[in-house]
Write a protein that binds this ligand. Structure first.
Ligand code: OAD
Length: 233
């Protein structure tokens, strides 16, 4: 029997760093030269919707210039070859897990390639600009915003994530600083229910002391090694 049967993986900006996407906390609290309060809060959107829509249009467009790295690809391999249950939760709004081959990805902070209608509340797959105020494909109102969870908003599918954490026998956190809740609390939730906990990160994260095991280095190297180990058991 395999060593682990139910795995929950949480990824953050660090897994996409080697693909060329900046992490959040690497640039002195600024995200691509913008204050987080201006581009990642409902208040910032209400104050200056053009700035926010243009900002996410640029982020979406930038995705076409990057590609998945060996860490994304290794997690896709794990999804295919692991015989037990696997839940891959990402805080990232990029699509590099999917382009690396993962078929089931829970984007708890939303996705750049999705639009949310503020009139009918429907979500639609989206790969075009939003700053020119296109109509919602469902209700036709020109009320689309990025389908990205901003500070002060509730991350997606928390019930499902907590249910999986309570049953997991292994929780792995990859490339995340452990600075933003509720994701930063997943390790404690998994531990309380008896899971082994592993951190794979460039450096010790803020919550490093909560993990039973830590490995530090670039995700593109650590993740393929770790996946090999899990699949060998
Ligand atoms: P952060 O920028 O806070 O943290 C990225 C982590 O990745 C840091 O701990 C880095 O040391 C690590 N790292 C950098 N390069 C790496 C590499 N090559 N390999 C492995 N690790 C590496 O990003 P997140 O933790 O994802 O939320 O941030 C969490 C949330 O805060 C984001 O989802 C976003 C942000 O504000 C929202 O937008 C709601």
């Amino acid at each position: 029997m395999a060593e682990f049967e139910r795995i929950v993986i949480l990824t953050g900006a660090g897994i996409s760093a080697e693909s060329g996407i900046d992490t959040f906390r690497s640039a002195g609290g600024l995200w691509e030269q913008h204050r987080v309060e201006d581009v990642a809060t409902p208040e910032g959107f209400a104050r200056d919707p053009d700035l926010v829509l243009n900002f996410y249009d640029m982020r979406r467009e930038a995705l076409s210039k990057v590609g998945p790295n060996p860490a994304h690809e290794a997690l896709a391999r794990l999804e295919t070859e692991f015989a037990g249950e696997l839940l891959l939760v990402t805080q990232n709004v990029d699509d590099l897990h999917e382009r690396g081959g993962s078929r089931h990805v829970l984007h708890m902070h939303g996705e750049l390639k999705s639009a949310l209608c503020t009139s009918c509340e429907m979500r639609s797959p989206w790969d075009a600009p939003l700053s020119d105020r296109p109509p919602c494909p469902v209700c036709r109102a020109p009320s689309l915003r990025p389908d990205v969870v901003w500070f002060g908003e509730m991350p997606y599918q928390m019930n499902r994530i907590y249910a999986s954490l309570s049953e997991a026998d292994l929780f792995v956190s990859i490339g995340t600083s452990g600075a933003v809740y509720p994701a930063a609390g997943f390790v404690q939730e998994a531990r309380v229910h008896g899971a082994h906990t592993v951190e794979l990160n460039l450096e010790p994260s803020e919550g490093n002391h909560f993990f039973a095991e830590s490995r530090h280095g670039p995700a593109g190297t650590l993740v393929p090694q770790w996946v090999d180990e899990v699949l060998q058991h």
